[in-house]
Design a protein around this ligand. Structure first.
Ligand code: DC
Length: 192
């Protein structure tokens, strides 16, 4: 029997990592896991429950309450937070604005990385996200790093939001991406 592979796709946000990962997973019959969706779902929980991210105990308590799963609905990978379909809500601008801050909290990262490692079973998986090949699965069988022009990235996110019948402002998206790049790069360079 052929050993199922772990395929890691890293890169900045809105570069097409998920699109690439989904296509590879479909082609190989592998499970696709969108790790960014997991950080977004945690952020949605923090926003909905007004968790004070400066308070370690509040963050820990919130993390105990968070359960994130994925289901394939009509061929689409769909994110569930505590049993509720949150696929649309986690793509909203408000979540995008806070997700970098929430994902820079060490306790949040530890929980997400543990969940991600637990998702590896007997099936091959394709996981995308900025730390998958370096932190989550440093021994992944195949690793990609994806990048794209900032304007192309902003347009991708713009059309993604519009296609979900939500309001989108290209300038807001450009500044949101630049802001997140800054936080995400700082965090990448200072990760322990
Ligand atoms: O890929 P995305 O835009 O859906 O990711 C949302 C945020 O989640 C991104 O700004 C940083 C964070 N993230 C992370 O820190 N580590 C990952 N493996 C995936 C995403």
């Amino acid at each position: 029997m052929v050993k199922p592979l772990i395929i890691a796709i890293d890169g900045y946000s809105a570069c097409g990592k998920s699109t690439l990962a989904k296509q590879i997973a479909k082609k190989l019959g592998y499970v696709f896991i969108d790790s960014g969706a997991m950080y977004r779902a945690a952020t949605l929980y923090f926003l909905e429950h007004q968790v004070n991210i400066k308070n370690d105990a509040d963050v820990q308590n919130a993390l105990h309450e968070i359960n994130i799963t994925f289901q394939n609905i009509d061929g689409l990978n769909t994110t569930f937070l505590n049993g509720k379909n949150v696929e649309e809500e986690i793509r909203s601008l408000i979540v995008s604005e806070f997700v970098s801050e929430v994902s820079s909290i060490s306790a949040v990262r530890r929980k997400m990385v543990a969940l991600q490692r637990d998702m590896v079973g007997k099936y091959g998986i394709v996981m995308d996200g900025r730390d998958i090949g370096t932190v989550v699965f440093p021994n992944a069988d195949i690793k990609f790093f994806v990048n794209a022009d900032p304007m192309v990235r902003a347009q991708r996110r713009y059309h993604e939001i519009l296609s979900k019948n939500q309001k989108a402002d290209l300038h807001e998206i450009i500044s949101n991406l630049a802001h997140r790049d800054k936080i995400d790069s700082w965090f990448k360079n200072n990760r322990h």
